[in-house]
Design a protein around this ligand. Structure first.
Ligand SMILES: [Zn+2]
Length: 238
């Protein structure tokens, strides 16, 4: 039955459609991924158009018709994140964050932690240029892994449970591994291990820092875990 409903959303992507419309990929706290059409928004007189830019956090009234796409009838801006759009580094991080959510969360199942994490990341990127560093981007991605149910095992060997000599990471085992279970793993130094543990434990705004080499190892651990378990390949966090 056709009906209208309200929801909050982050605009992940906006694609031109037909003469004057746009198709939007939205991420919502209560309905997961949602596809919607914004009619006439590419006309200069449209009032909706400017509020539906990617990376914006909005409150929407949508109409669910018979088709797959909802139609947007009302938009209120909650946060357009205007400052991050003016800094190239911040803009790139924000786009990467939306891309990661787009690839990892493609169902209509709600996942409030994933939604809140994305809102938090975009808000922080808007507030300060410092948030665009590599360590926060990695901490975001790691927390996204947790929200998606793929958090790596970091406390003990992911294969045998051994608690010591955890100098390697195995994407297939899904975490750190001991010297006896190293097959298919790569070296993960102490600083990289500590970075992963602290990034998961702390709030995003307090993402730990680490030397470049440790961040590179953490990046690889996160990326290969995603590839192996979620079958999603994301660009590395340079
Ligand atoms: Zn082991």
């Amino acid at each position: 039955m056709p009906h209208s409903f309200k929801t909050e959303a982050i605009v992940l992507r906006s694609i031109r459609y037909g003469e004057a419309d746009r198709v939007l990929h939205l991420y919502t706290p209560d309905r997961g991924r949602l596809g919607a059409i914004a009619k006439g928004v590419r006309r200069t007189k449209s009032r909706l158009g400017g509020r539906l830019e990617p990376l914006s956090r909005v409150r929407l009234v949508l109409h669910q018709g018979r088709g797959e796409l909802c139609t947007i009838s009302q938009v209120d801006t909650l946060n357009a994140h205007p400052s991050l759009r003016e800094r190239r580094g911040s803009l790139e991080r924000a786009t990467q964050a939306c891309e990661a959510v787009l690839r990892l969360f493609d169902s209509t199942e709600s996942n409030p932690p994933a939604y809140n994490l994305l809102c938090n990341e975009l808000g922080l990127l808007d507030l300060s240029a410092d948030a665009a560093g590599r360590s926060q981007a990695l901490a975001f991605r790691l927390k996204l892994l947790l929200a998606a149910g793929f958090a790596p095992e970091l406390a003990a060997c992911a294969s045998c449970g051994e608690a010591e000599h955890l100098g390697a990471y195995s994407p297939s085992a899904g975490g750190v591994v001991c010297a006896g279970c190293e097959a298919g793993s790569f070296p993960l130094g102490e600083e990289a291990h500590r970075f992963l543990v602290m990034a998961l434990a702390r709030p995003l705004v307090e993402a730990p820092s680490a030397p470049e080499q440790a961040l590179a190892q953490a990046d690889r651990a996160i990326a290969e875990t995603l590839e192996y378990h979620a079958h999603v390949r994301l660009r590395r966090v340079a």
